[in-house]
Design a protein around this ligand. Sequence first.
Ligand SMILES: Nc1ncnc2c1ncn2[C@@H]1O[C@H](COP(=O)(O)OP(=O)(O)OP(=O)(O)O)[C@@H](O)[C@H]1O
Length: 275
Amino acid sequence: MAGVNGDGAADAAERNGRDPPAPSEASVALDGVGKTYPGDGDGGSVRALDDVSFSVADGEFVCLVGPSGCGKTTLFRIAAGLTEATDGRVLLDGTEVTGPTTDMGVVFQEYHLFPWLTVAENVGFGLERSDRSPAEREARVDEMLDLVGLTEFRDAYPKSLSGGMKQRVAIARSLAVDPDLLLMDEPFGAVDAQTREMLQRELLDVWESTGKTILFVTHDVAEAVTLADRIVVMAADPGRVREIVDVDIERPRDRGDAAFAERVGRVRELIGAGP
Ligand SMILES: Nc1ncnc2c1ncn2[C@@H]1O[C@H](COP(=O)(O)OP(=O)(O)OP(=O)(O)O)[C@@H](O)[C@H]1O
């Protein structure tokens, strides 16, 4: 797995005031991941991913972008333990991922909230199976609601919330069990542009205050440049890593800044470069 923990991870750790991680300390590492979907009987199997290797260091924020069909969703599902890789492996804190685990919080574009549960009950759902006492669970739910600014909606039902608020509930729920890693697949894809920018700022606040490791899939290049320490740019046919772009711009980032525009241009160029 040599080289999968490139200099970008070390730079990110330095910016976060930590010592650069050794590769074995990477929070999540994809090591030669490949995926072939079998054909439908008439042959024509699909090589969705080929030899994908990169890692996300402890506390690092990495975005994954690429053209449609390059295997982002497949890679996300493999990292989350929801789909089996054909080749290679995923390591979480050095342990191979063989299925879904509470060590990872997973947030999808669709909020997947339980409509019959209140906001507080949705946030506390994953804690039901933990060994915390009821009082500890309630304190944790309150802490998470405070973190995402939804304290006054604790007794509301999802149907009365806006899309942005629903996604905040989903984020609070995924963080409640205190996972090492947050995996997010187009989490802000279903909200309007203004809400999206607000959620991006809020997510950065949450990331900075919790120190979580985040792997975030997006179609939106400006979103990736706003959020990430590094951007993994994928290519299609077969899905593979084209290049990893360092976003060494201080936060909060200004979209009008020349350095911001330069990174956006660079990533767009890589995405549009064809097979
Ligand atoms: N269950 C499946 N069976 C067969 N082929 C699949 C399956 N899921 C995905 N594929 C194929 O694998 C490739 C990668 O798909 P995937 O959805 O992972 O890409 P993506 O980058 O997330 O796409 P998009 O950005 O359009 O959502 C595509 O060619 C797709 O048709």
